[in-house]
Design a protein. Structure first.
Lengths: 411, 491
């Protein structure tokens, strides 16, 4: 095989990494380089250094160590039966690329994943070595996210947690049956056990040790996972149920949904179509409702036909339209919990409303100044001098609130 | 008391010492506000040569003893908004300051016109600061042994001084310079210095590494997910001229549809040549088949078989089967209800809060742990997710019944002298019928097969009692029950 240049390898191994949706560089402990004299800082919220024309942010250098892989997961561009061109970075190449990109302010850090070659320990060992060299030899204080290989040895996991800000293990697909069918060599049981193991390590290390009274560093940015949406027939109801289970069981910071995207050299086992981007978007909205708005997954999907989220309207509006008996709410009296359920009011708007109404009675126009669209909230609120009257229950409310088709095509 | 104070002039013109002269603005604003000068009688301007006293009318002194308190939220926002490029910002800040004197809660009225404008300006400055942190692109120059990194950036507001410490914290180990039209910032590894503005041509025009960065940018893009508006919302075109990767955008967009269609249209190919080798090497060995446990002759064999249990649907939400623990020849078997959150994660029974209570009591009473075996009536955790927690759900009769297969087998292998049912579910599991354990606690029921079953509550019951005295009493009753168990063993 011809020797590939770093640039050729980068082309192959970033192309191979782009189907992983995660890009977050947030949630890390605050640190900077003033004391170490090295480079790198994390200050809470992440920074997106560029955006690609797919609208996704580029925050981290997201690459694979290698795209050689012994697994044959049919949705994956790197499966062993794929004819994709293969490459493998050396440890030093990844370290230098990360440092050189960081010094030019292209990135917040590194998101390193890998195909599995020979053995999980060998692959994970090299990934950990890259993180170690960055931290210890180069005093690198930027963000590091390592994708963990579920079957690797516990010592490697410990070392990974010591150097990385975030660790993740992909559940791959929302159901065990899906994993068995499309990723036959992967074991859902092992993936669960690895996530459980990560949770207990994160919890254990967040306690100060008896001797030093200091906390050992272990993945301060927590763990996350990703599932592919649209590669099989799983409904949104099942996906959200799985999400709720995963958040509750393994204390994940985030679950990423990745709309199944056609890949070069695809497998015959999978649909060949454009990725279901709107569906992915609705799932993220539903996920937000569960995490920040007090909705349970059952409420979100209860009134949706076939367990699928409405693609025309967002899940909160869909819920409100199906539960109009709970509206209108008095913006000057309703609880925070209920105001969060009003379509068009976000968490920030609700916080502002609660603050302002301690001093002033709110009129509809005041609410309009605090949220994005007064037209959207109007049917669901009573305010000083405003009552929606029959508007809340009008048959045509849905048609009035559905975004115009030309706006839909933005997605 | 001296002479009558001179009447104040009708209006004032304040000349500030530069665009971000917050100290100057604050001093002037204090003097004016404490002398009750309304905002419409003050005009504000900036100039590099002027100073406070260059205004036409000297600013009035602060009246003796007069003080002024403003909310911290205003000061923080004012320091930020002073960096805004709008020349009206000084007047807006003064108007709000003046209004704050009689309306202390004004900052909290998010629907007020002035407050809306102020927070919009704050947001705009914050965004500009954030975008500068994101979009500055350094280019490397090597001067002898020394590497220097130089960037050209065009901020929208006067943010360079405010933002430079961020670059100092992040790039401490580098020598860097950020050039902007108004001001330049320079860090030599020790000192942060500000100098005059510059022009684009003062910055290096290229860096060899940009070829790699562009390679990355082009390849991380997924043409099947084209969303140009979403990109531009976050990376507006005004920034593109200073972003090396932005030159690729038009071609990437133009080619996207074609490459996405090609990917969809391309027929699946035959497997790669190395695929068969990989399969032969890594996946040729058949997975060891785990039996259903029916032929297990030790607890370890039974535990292995239980890992794949599908006798009821509870496995599908749980992490793992939590099997019993203890020696094969234990004399006493404690049976709980089901594993909880901690047990499900650890894969071991009685390690959570209730398990700790249980351990403490056994130790207090002096039950010999080397002859005890602990297990549960149901071996998978049943729960309802609630945010980041899992709420315990009681297993139903069907689940208990399905799982009885395992507990019967455990008892068959161990052949204990006594079983202890901790709670109603355990009693149901051991005796096959619903028992009111609170009524029958402390009693021993003998099964048809001769096994004696001692009935008591589950230790989690103690944890759920809110009143400390009631809790204490219940704990004592449980200790008494365990003493009775110990005596039964001594018989």
């Amino acid at each position: 095989m011809a020797v590939l240049s770093t640039r050729e390898k980068l082309a192959i191994l970033s192309d191979a990494a782009k189907y992983d949706a995660s890009c977050a560089s947030s949630g890390a402990a605050k640190r900077n380089s003033l004391k170490s004299g090295g480079i790198g800082s994390t200050e809470g919220s992440g920074i997106c250094h560029a955006y690609a024309p797919d609208g996704r942010c580029i925050s981290l250098l997201k690459i694979l160590l290698t795209n050689f892989c012994i697994y044959d997961c049919s949705y994956c561009i790197n499966r062993s039966s794929s004819n994709v061109k293969r490459a493998r970075f050396t440890v030093d190449e990844v370290v230098q690329l990360t440092l050189n990109f960081y010094k030019r302010n292209y990135i917040e850090g590194l998101f390193l994943s890998s195909g599995v070659i020979r053995s999980p320990d060998e692959t994970m060992g090299e990934m950990v070595e890259i993180a170690r060299q960055l931290r210890e030899m180069h005093k690198f204080g930027g963000y590091i996210h390592l994708k963990t290989i579920p079957e690797c040895a516990p010592e490697l996991l410990d070392a990974a947690g010591k150097y990385a800000d975030r660790l993740s293990i992909n559940v791959e697909l929302p159901t065990d049956e899906g994993v068995k069918r499309l990723a036959p060599e992967k074991k859902p049981e092992t993936i669960r056990l690895s996530m459980a193991n990560l949770r207990s390590r994160i919890e254990e290390k967040s306690e100060p040790t008896m001797k030093t009274k200091r906390r050992e560093r272990f993945a301060p940015g927590g763990q996350s996972t990703q599932m592919i949406v649209g590669a099989d027939q799983t409904t949104d109801a099942t996906i959200l149920k799985t999400s709720a289970r995963l958040y509750g069981s393994y204390h994940l910071r985030r679950i990423y949904f990745s709309a199944f995207s056609p890949i070069p050299d695809s497998s015959a086992a999978l649909p060949s179509m454009k990725p279901p981007l709107m569906r992915e978007h609705r799932l993220y909205q539903a996920d937000w409702l569960m995490r920040f708005y007090g909705f349970s997954e059952q409420e979100i999907v209860a009134d949706q036909a076939d367990g699928m989220l409405d693609l025309q309207v967002d899940p909160k509006l869909a819920w409100a339209l199906a539960n109009r008996g709970q509206f209108p709410l008095d913006v000057n009296r309703a609880s925070r919990e209920m105001l969060l359920r009003v379509p068009g009011l976000g968490t920030k708007a609700v916080t502002k409303i609660l603050e302002v109404r301690r001093y002033r009675r709110l009129r509809l126009e005041d609410v309009g100044k605090l949220c994005a669209s007064v037209a959207k909230v109007r049917p669901f609120l009573v305010a000083e001098g405003w009552s929606p009257g029959g508007l809340t229950d009008t048959q045509h409310l849905r048609q009035k609130l559905v975004p115009k088709p030309q706006q839909l095509s933005l997605f | 008391m001296g002479a009558q104070p001179k009447p104040l002039p009708f209006s004032f013109e304040v000349l500030l010492d530069g665009e971000t002269d917050f100290a100057g603005w604050r001093d002037a604003a204090r003097r004016l506000a404490l002398n009750e000068v309304p905002s419409d009688r003050v005009t504000w301007s900036t100039g590099s040569n002027g100073d406070l006293f260059g205004s036409r009318e000297p600013l009035p002194d602060v009246p003796e003893g007069a003080t002024m308190n403003v909310p911290r939220a205003f000061v923080d926002l004012a320091e930020l908004v002073i960096c805004h490029s709008d020349p009206q910002r000084f007047a807006l800040l003064y108007r709000i300051l003046f209004r704050l004197r009689s309306d202390h809660d004004l900052m909290k009225i998010a629907s007020d016109r002035d407050i809306i404008r102020l927070s919009e300006m704050g947001k705009s400055v914050r965004r500009d600061i954030h975008k500068m942190r994101a979009f500055v692109r350094f280019r490397q120059i090597v001067e002898g042994e020394v590497e220097r990194y130089v960037a050209w950036f065009e901020p929208q507001h006067h943010i360079v001084e405010r933002n430079a410490p961020f670059f100092q914290r992040r790039f401490t180990g580098m020598n860097w310079t950020i050039l902007t039209p108004e001001l330049s910032a320079d860090w030599d590894g020790e000192t942060l210095r500000f100098g005059p503005g510059a022009e684009k041509r003062d910055a290096p025009s290229d860096d060899d590494l940009e070829a790699l960065w562009k390679t990355y940018y082009a390849n991380i893009f997924n043409p099947a997910r084209l969303k140009v508006k979403a990109m531009q919302a976050e990376m507006p075109k005004k920034y593109w001229r200073n972003l090396p990767e932005a030159t690729l955008i038009p071609d990437l967009i133009a080619g996207a549809e074609k490459s996405a269609q090609e990917m969809i249209a391309r027929m699946p190919t035959i497997p790669a040549p190395h695929h068969e080798t990989v399969r032969a090497k890594h996946w040729s060995k058949a997975e060891p088949q785990i039996g259903d446990g029916a032929d297990a002759s030790t607890i370890d064999e039974l535990r292995d078989a239980a890992k794949g249990c599908r006798r009821c649907p509870l496995w599908s939400n749980a992490t793992q089967t939590v099997f019993g623990e203890g020696p094969d020849d234990a004399r006493i078997v404690f049976v709980g209800e089901q594993p909880g959150d901690q047990e499900d994660i650890a894969g071991r029974p009685f390690v959570g809060p209730a398990g700790k209570v249980f351990d403490g009591v056994l130790e207090e009473v002096g039950v010999d742990r080397s002859i005890t075996y602990v297990t549960n009536g149901v071996k998978h955790f049943k729960f309802e997710p609630r945010g980041k927690r899992r709420i315990h759900a009681k297993p139903n009769a069907g689940e208990v019944s399905a799982c009885r297969w395992w507990i019967d087998y455990e008892l068959k292998l161990i052949k204990p002298d006594l079983a202890v049912a901790l709670g109603a579910t355990a009693a149901l599991s051991l005796l096959g019928k619903a028992i009111a354990v609170t009524k029958m606690r402390g009693q021993v029921v003998t099964r048809d097969d001769g096994l004696r079953v001692f009935l008591t509550i589950h230790p989690s019951f103690i944890l759920r009692i809110p009143d400390p005295r009631d809790k204490e009493a219940e704990h004592a009753r449980f200790v008494a029950d365990m003493r009775a168990v110990k005596e039964l063993m001594a018989e």
